[in-house]
Ligand binder design. Structure first.
Ligand code: ZN
Length: 128
């Protein structure tokens, strides 16, 4: 019985941890969706850095054993690194989307080009 209860508890915990991310997933407007995910990630980043700051302060005031401090700091830094990586990925994806959304035309024949086209479909010219 106990292992089963533990499994339920960890599932619920995982559900709560993932909820802010999963919650934003229903098919919606892509731009707004990206913004709200990005907004949540930026909020999460702020919180993590605040927590790191608090942790740093508590340790410097001698309120926290160094071993606890180091393991908590490592955990927070790992989360912060993941969040930063995710933010970076989202921002780069969005930047390249914006780039592709801008009108692109073949410099040889003036044909409009689909996003990510490498060659012009009309004249076969290489796209810069
Ligand atoms: Zn062309």
């Amino acid at each position: 019985m106990l292992p089963f209860a533990l499994a339920i508890i960890s599932l619920v915990a995982a559900g709560f941890a993932l909820w802010p991310v999963l919650n934003g997933s229903p098919a919606g407007a892509l731009g707004g969706e990206t913004d709200s995910v990005l907004g949540r990630l930026l909020q999460r980043k702020r919180t993590l850095f605040e927590n790191l700051g608090d942790l740093e302060l508590e340790h410097s005031m001698g309120k926290m054993p160094t071993q606890d401090y180091e393991s908590m700091r490592d955990a927070l830094e790992l989360q912060a690194a993941l969040v930063l990586e995710h933010i970076d990925l989202l921002q780069r994806t969005r930047a390249s989307d914006n780039h592709d959304a801008a009108a692109r035309f073949c410099i040889l024949c003036g044909e409009s080009l689909p996003a990510r086209a490498r060659f012009c479909s009309a004249c076969g010219g290489k796209v810069a």
